[in-house]
Write a protein that binds this ligand. Structure first.
Ligand SMILES: Nc1ncnc2c1ncn2[C@@H]1O[C@H](COP(=O)(O)OP(=O)(O)OP(=O)(O)O)[C@@H](O)[C@H]1O
Ligand SMILES: [Mg+2]
Length: 344
């Protein structure tokens, strides 16, 4: 007991958003100290680069070097590499923390998608433990996102959060500190990037990598188009599948909008089906409070407007949507001691 108390006194708590696309680390008392892509470069079975540096190497690797994304669709696809990545991020976070000693055996709160299996939860716990945690708690990602964007989650009123990440879109209605209705679909930034890769192949016989596709999405992608929308273009470099030679072509925002439409439609359907299951009192709260979008996918041009048009509800993008989950884990850390009974 005394030892436990001493350990608590000498170490600090950290919150982690272990995402498919990005991993963020929040240190209690300091805020978000690290935000890096969830990538690991491996050579001879050993990690040689992690995060930003590894992402830059992706699809440009010589023989014997691979770049892995150990998280897929919000869950751990490769336990060993996730553990390596997590360990490295916690290590990096330590170098940015004032009282380094306090991060020796931290308590860690990790945000995980709703509806993951017991085995998947166990895998996250194992990874965090092996990466150096003294104690691990898990929190539902949409709850963390809702807290992070400042929704009144503890009030007896309904709030809707839509977190569009790289691997999944999580929709949840929250009231009185609990999730009342939720839906998680395997659609997000990655499916959009894949749709752009396919589009370029089908229409132009042009092979491009997923990183290039992501750049196109961010440059000209959109979820809403009307006659007033400004037509944008961007240059795309890839390999001609017929000649085998490098080629540059110009694509328009309209065709990229069309390529993204099936992903966007699936997000709209997830929002719609959650609203459909919502009890009437909460539905009427949502008319007043609207829908809040978080996650990197929330930055897709016109997505809030499209959701608003389809649902008839007000929809807004949270401030700093990419930081929402990490900020939320940071707030929830303050309640860690009595989390079993009431997480928030
Ligand atoms: N301006 C933008 N427009 C469209 N998409 C964007 C923009 N900026 C970032 N994204 C996308 O957001 C995604 C990353 O978001 P985020 O960091 O919230 O995901 P994640 O939390 O790692 O994933 P998940 O929650 O599914 O595990 C990427 O697919 C990225 O391409
Ligand atoms: Mg996320």
């Amino acid at each position: 007991m005394l030892l436990q108390k001493a350990a608590r006194f000498f170490s600090t708590d950290i919150g982690i958003d272990l995402g498919t696309a990005n991993c963020l680390v929040f240190v209690k008392g300091q805020g978000i100290v690290l935000s890096e892509p969830s990538y690991v470069a491996i050579k001879n079975g050993e990690p040689i680069a992690v995060g930003e540096e590894a992402k830059r190497m992706a699809a440009r690797t010589p023989i014997g070097l691979t770049v892995e994304r150990p998280m897929k669709i919000g869950v751990i696809a490769d336990i060993r590499i996730t553990e390596l990545m997590l360990r490295s991020f916690i290590q990096k976070a330590k170098t940015k923390v004032v009282a380094r000693r306090r991060l020796i055996k931290p308590r860690i709160l990790v945000a995980v998608p709703t509806g993951i299996t017991e085995v998947e939860r166990r895998a996250v716990m194992d990874c965090a433990e092996k990466a150096g945690a003294r104690e691990i708690r898990l929190i539902d990602e949409p709850m963390a996102a809702a807290v992070g964007v400042g929704l009144p989650v503890a009030e007896p009123t309904g709030s809707m959060i839509v977190d569009i990440g790289g691997g999944t879109t999580e929709v949840a209605v929250i009231s009185l500190s609990g999730i009342v209705e939720s839906k998680s679909v395997p659609v997000g930034g990655d499916t959009m990037d894949k749709a752009i890769v396919e589009h370029m192949k089908r229409l132009y016989n042009l092979a491009i990598g997923e990183r290039t596709a992501e750049e196109i999405k961010i440059a000209v992608g959109s979820a809403y188009l009307d006659e007033k929308s400004e037509e944008m273009t961007t240059e795309v470099r890839g390999r001609d599948l017929i000649t085998g030679l490098p080629k540059t072509i110009t694509v328009s925002s309209k065709e990229i909008h069309n390529a993204l439409d099936s992903s966007v439609t699936e997000i709209l359907l997830a929002v719609h089906s959650t609203l459909e299951k919502c009890p009437p009192e909460l539905a009427s709260d949502l008319i007043r409070h609207g829908i809040t979008l978080a996650g990197g996918g929330a930055l897709l041009r016109g997505l809030a407007r499209r959701i608003s048009e389809v649902t008839g509800l007000f929809a807004r993008v949270a401030e700093d949507p990419l930081l929402a989950v990490a900020k939320g884990t940071g707030d929830i850390l303050n309640y860690l001691d009595n989390m079993e009974s009431d997480p928030y």
